[in-house]
Ligand binder design. Structure first.
Ligand SMILES: [Zn+2]
Length: 433
């Protein structure tokens, strides 16, 4: 423990106001330990692991009562498109397994340590390869067949091959027709997987924006009654903040030419997780691109962030790409920590990073971290040097009762996952004035 953390710990002990610690939260110097594994999860703790594969988004959440949850398991296949491969981040820890297999191994280890055997909820933000897994049609070396059914493996299906899942929640079950029929090879592979999954007893649901009772603690909800997950948005329907009511951000498709339909990213689902005073936002690849003002409704990320309100930790929309993490999104969330799931040389791009680092938007203390980084990007964008971390699994730990949280950056070069640095503790709560 260094001096800053000692002082922060002291402030916590005497119940200092959140804004005191918040203002002193810049994290770059908060190195407190290295080399040892993170302490195991215990009941009452909320753990959120942003798994670094270099190939897409994947988050594993272990709730205070042992309920388990995943948000996305992406997997880009570099060899599928040689023109793209030079921009990609090399697979972590290496390419000897597919990204979804590495994720499965990570999750199995966490489940075992916690005495759990399955994932209670898998939440898929949207139907893109870097969130559900890319599939190489007819290439059984890159995407082998499942042992369970007539579908190929990559990302989510690789995970499900190894780890039992009880319920899958996506944005468009069961019709898969918004904004139009989802009929790519990858979409069809996903539906073939779901068919097999359901035949084997799994449940599939459509994410219902506005609700706070679709994703529930499964083991001891009464004991941890400050924990809840609010469904913020999906397919352009955004929670109003009142009951479970939603407002349609997108116009009726009947009045739009097909080329103006909201794209897959804008249809992403978003949710806010709460435990005590802790708040966490994740919203897939929502963005704010209005096509130079011609489609004002298309700034979906701002509407969702305003519905969400201030949080402690936010996952950067669309990997911090040029069309996401706008100033209004940053201001509304006012997070202490931003996490970028990076897999491409444009993750993050300058505008989003600039906004997330800006002290003109709010307060002074925040840290921006990414799960990986293309070295060329750190040259192209000098402000990447201001990020608190650019490589490693990002493990958020919120001890009971949810008044504080801390961060461990875990080594992604082997499976030992030793702590290479720690940030915090931070005090949870509202943004400073
Ligand atoms: Zn994405």
């Amino acid at each position: 423990m260094n001096r800053r953390n000692f002082v922060q710990g002291l402030a916590l002990a005497v119940g200092a106001a959140p804004s005191v610690n918040y203002a002193s939260a810049p994290a770059a110097e908060e190195v407190v330990q290295s080399g040892s594994p993170a302490q195991a999860w215990t009941p009452g703790t909320l753990d959120i692991h942003h798994i670094s594969t270099g190939c897409g988004a994947a988050a594993f959440i272990l709730c205070p009562d042992g309920t388990t949850m995943m948000v996305d398991t992406g997997a880009i296949i570099p060899q599928l498109d040689p023109s793209r491969s030079r921009y990609l981040i090399p697979a972590k820890p290496n390419a000897s397994l597919r990204p979804g297999q590495w994720v499965a191994r990570y999750v199995l280890r966490e489940l075992q340590a916690a005495g759990r055997r399955e994932i209670d909820y898998f939440v898929l933000t949207h139907f893109h390869a870097d969130h559900m897994g890319e599939i190489a049609e007819h290439d059984l070396n890159s995407s082998p067949m499942s042992k369970y059914g007539k579908y190929q493996l990559g990302g989510l299906t690789d995970l499900a091959e190894e780890v039992p899942i009880r319920t899958i929640i996506d944005r468009n079950f069961p019709r898969y027709d918004y904004p139009q029929r989802l009929d790519s090879f990858m979409d069809r592979n996903y539906r073939a997987f779901l068919e097999s999954f359901r035949q084997r007893g799994g449940t599939v649901e459509r994410f219902e924006p506005g609700r706070a009772d679709q994703i529930l603690l499964q083991h001891d909800a009464a004991r941890y009654n400050s924990f809840h997950i609010r469904n913020l948005a999906s397919n352009g329907a955004v929670w109003t903040g009142s009951g479970t009511a939603v407002k349609e951000q997108f116009p009726s498709l009947a009045g739009l030419p097909q080329e103006s339909f909201p794209d897959e990213n804008k249809c992403s689902l978003a949710l806010r997780l709460a435990y005590g005073a802790f708040r966490y936002y994740t919203g897939g690849d929502l963005d704010h691109d209005t096509y130079y003002g011609t489609r004002p409704w298309a700034d979906i990320e701002t509407a969702v962030a305003k519905a969400c309100g201030p949080v402690d930790v936010a996952v950067a929309n669309h990997h911090g790409y040029v069309d996401a993490c706008g100033p209004a999104w940053v201001r509304a969330l006012s997070a202490k920590l931003y996490i970028i799931n990076a897999w491409d040389s444009a993750h993050p791009a300058m505008p989003g990073l600039h906004n997330m680092l800006s002290t003109q938007l709010y307060g002074t203390g925040r840290a921006v971290l990414s799960t990986a980084m293309k070295p060329e990007n750190a040259i192209a964008i000098r402000r990447i040097a201001e990020m608190a971390s650019t490589n490693g699994h990002i493990h958020i730990r919120v001890p009971a009762p949810g008044n504080t949280f801390s961060v461990n950056i875990l080594d992604n070069t082997t499976e030992t996952r030793s702590v290479i640095r720690s940030l915090g503790p931070y005090v949870c709560g509202e943004k400073p004035a």
